[in-house]
Design a protein around this ligand. Structure first.
Ligand code: ZN
Ligand code: ZN
Length: 105
């Protein structure tokens, strides 16, 4: 007995919809959590600041170049030098981005 194969190949690539905009790095200026999104992340409750929500700072577009903050050690891969953002290790001052050269042996 043959069964008809329904090729229901409607695999909706929901994740692809997230790529409509370019991916960016966002960091919360209170808790320093970093997320990668194409738009501003939802401001859920921030664990580092009682009664407050995450306060997202856009740090730049996701890319291939490594940048590391001299103060807090955060490493990002961006297309160009990340925006200053706010570094929690700097008491509310800016990140100190330095380009990192990484070798792949
Ligand atoms: Zn936060
Ligand atoms: Zn920093």
């Amino acid at each position: 007995m043959k069964k008809l194969l329904f090729s229901v190949c409607v695999i909706i690539t929901v994740s692809a919809l997230g790529y409509v905009g370019n991916l960016r790095w966002f960091q919360c200026k209170y808790c320093a959590i970093i997320v990668r999104k194409s738009s501003y992340p939802v401001r859920t409750e921030c664990p580092n600041k009682e009664g407050e929500r995450h306060y997202w700072k856009n740090l730049g577009e996701v890319g291939e170049i490594y940048y590391k903050c001299d103060s807090c050690g955060t490493v990002l891969q961006t297309k160009s030098k990340p925006l200053s953002g706010i570094c929690i290790k700097q008491n509310g001052n800016y990140h100190k981005w330095k380009r990192e050269y990484r070798d792949f042996n």
